[in-house]
Ligand binder design. Sequence first.
Ligand SMILES: Nc1nc2c(c(=O)[nH]1)N[C@H]1C(S)=C(S)[C@@H](COP(=O)(O)OP(=O)(O)OC[C@H]3O[C@@H](n4cnc5c(=O)[nH]c(N)nc54)[C@H](O)[C@@H]3O)O[C@H]1N2
Ligand SMILES: Nc1nc2c(c(=O)[nH]1)N[C@H]1C(S)=C(S)[C@@H](COP(=O)(O)OP(=O)(O)OC[C@H]3O[C@@H](n4cnc5c(=O)[nH]c(N)nc54)[C@H](O)[C@@H]3O)O[C@H]1N2
Ligand SMILES: [Mo]
Length: 569
Amino acid sequence: MAGLASAFGSGAMTNSISEIADARVIFVVGSNTTEQHPMIAMHMLEAVDRGATLIVADPRKTQIAAFAHTHLRQRSGTDVALLNGIMNVIIGEGLVDINFVRRRTENFDEFEKVVKRCTPEVAEKITGVPASDIQRVARIYATEKRSMLFYSMGITQHVTGVDNVRSCANLVMLTAHIGQPMTGLNPLRGQNNVQGACDMGALPDVYSGYQKVADARARKKFESAWRRKLPSAPGMTMIDMFDSALEGKLKAMYIVGENPVMSDPDTSHVIEAIRKLDFLVVQDIFMSETAELADVILPAVTFAEKDGTFTNTERRVQKVRRAVRPMYGAMPDWKIISELSKKMGYDMGYRAAHEIMEEAALLTPVYGGILHHRLDAFGLQWPCPDADHPGTPFMHRKKFAKGLGTFNPIEFTPPDETTDMAYPFILTTGRLYFRYHTATMCRRTATLEREEPECFVEINPKDAGRIGLRSGNFVKAVSRRGEIVVKALVTDRTPEGIVFIPFHFREAAVNLITSPAVDPVAKIPEFKVCAINLVPVIPKPGERPKNRYNRKEDLKILNELYEEPEVPS
Ligand SMILES: Nc1nc2c(c(=O)[nH]1)N[C@H]1C(S)=C(S)[C@@H](COP(=O)(O)OP(=O)(O)OC[C@H]3O[C@@H](n4cnc5c(=O)[nH]c(N)nc54)[C@H](O)[C@@H]3O)O[C@H]1N2
Ligand SMILES: Nc1nc2c(c(=O)[nH]1)N[C@H]1C(S)=C(S)[C@@H](COP(=O)(O)OP(=O)(O)OC[C@H]3O[C@@H](n4cnc5c(=O)[nH]c(N)nc54)[C@H](O)[C@@H]3O)O[C@H]1N2
Ligand SMILES: [Mo]
């Protein structure tokens, strides 16, 4: 996923996990924290035990929302209006930290003009959240000194993902809840090393440490270290790559540790694009749905079979040590890549993971002091510029990385797809506690298979009643892209008009129906909103309804070619 750079830096927690338990206000926007970040949720609940106020903004009544003192249950995709409403109250009631705004930020006046128009009543109309709740949350969040804001995919996976994140940044700057312990703008990053991958430049427009490809000085530095000319224009995002493959412009792809046939929106489009390629290489630890389509598969080793580091959501670089001997033929990813490079005529010359880290430290100011031998006990949190630096628990103490923090005036704009007569429900997608993403790893264990054996659609009792559905009935979920069949789970976890389907299940691959619309800046897909219809399916006795997709060959890939995973008994 392309980076969602905020108004003042890169997308990582500005503060630390160890501060959470001492916070007085915890404001969680769009994160199913107890299920998806259970270790972090534990600290949040500890804070609540010590008297902190928990506020959750999420259309669904998740477990963390059930713990909340106030649950703001907005319509999907209306977070900008919700946050503008909250900030309207903060400005209107004189709760702005004027000193901070004067000294540390710019563009307040332009921003204020937009927020002034979004009164709590206007926000209520758009979001469905009562104006009185908006007022209460504004007062609590702004007046408490130790207020931490958290967000996750509930606000980023929208066509307004960047707008949402920038609105959160506006809120923390307005109240000066940044640059102090127990404050901050804290994105909960998902995969064990997604932070590390971004830090190391696995994004189209930056080298390691967010040094811009377009910046001639940064480019020169890398050119002289690597003794090669480097391109001056940013590369493509993944979404652009598939579009380009479909147009026949992109001819080959090398996919490392990603399973886009299951995880990208509009699966039929992805499969068609992959089929157009002349050559596909997949480097993975299992035979994924994407690997099924590859010309060459390079077997990599798992986390337990290699040395290196993972960087977590609080910017902590931690050491990973090999605990299991790799199977014959499989290699760590870095080794496969450098062997391949050697064959292509460029010898990277690395003999071990720590040597790569030394090079990263030399070329990356924020990682300057991060070396394997310093990471043994607790790891280190970047920025860590030199070998004596102790690391940084919270950022932006005296100033922002870019100098002044910029207020962005942001107007509410609706999601790409809205409901209508043909597609009357909003579908939102996400994850389950017992499952991990595209399930290449988690579906091979009997325990997890037992806990969450099949896909379902969460639907509100009122909606279910209207279309004659009960829990356990089969229902067809149809969008403009395709259709899948799932079982109904009737529950008031989801509000009326909104339904939820997890994306872990190949046999009901929800991305066959999700929308390919993306945020114009970050190019992150709108996984959290698309319009669908639900049609009850009555199977013949003893028969399980089969999925029917737009294109026959998709069904083949997702259901037939791929054997059922072996479940150890
Ligand atoms: N067990 C398990 N843990 C995981 C993962 C996993 O697959 N399994 N995946 C990891 C990864 S990579 C990630 S990115 C994280 C994701 O972690 P989260 O972002 O916490 O999880 P999601 O299920 O994607 O969705 C978050 C919440 O957003 C809400 N939401 C939907 N639409 C909106 C909206 O318009 N506004 C707001 N405010 N909220 C909305 C949903 O109801 C949902 O509760 O989890 C990580 N942790
Ligand atoms: N509908 C819907 N779709 C979504 C989302 C959503 O909320 N809704 N969320 C999106 C998000 S936030 C994310 S992060 C993506 C996740 O999407 P993916 O990253 O495509 O999903 P994973 O299942 O984590 O796939 C990673 C692949 O890496 C392999 N792997 C594991 N370890 C290693 C290793 O050490 N080396 C190599 N080479 N391979 C390895 C696994 O076997 C797997 O095939 O899904 C996105 N898609
Ligand atoms: Mo993610």
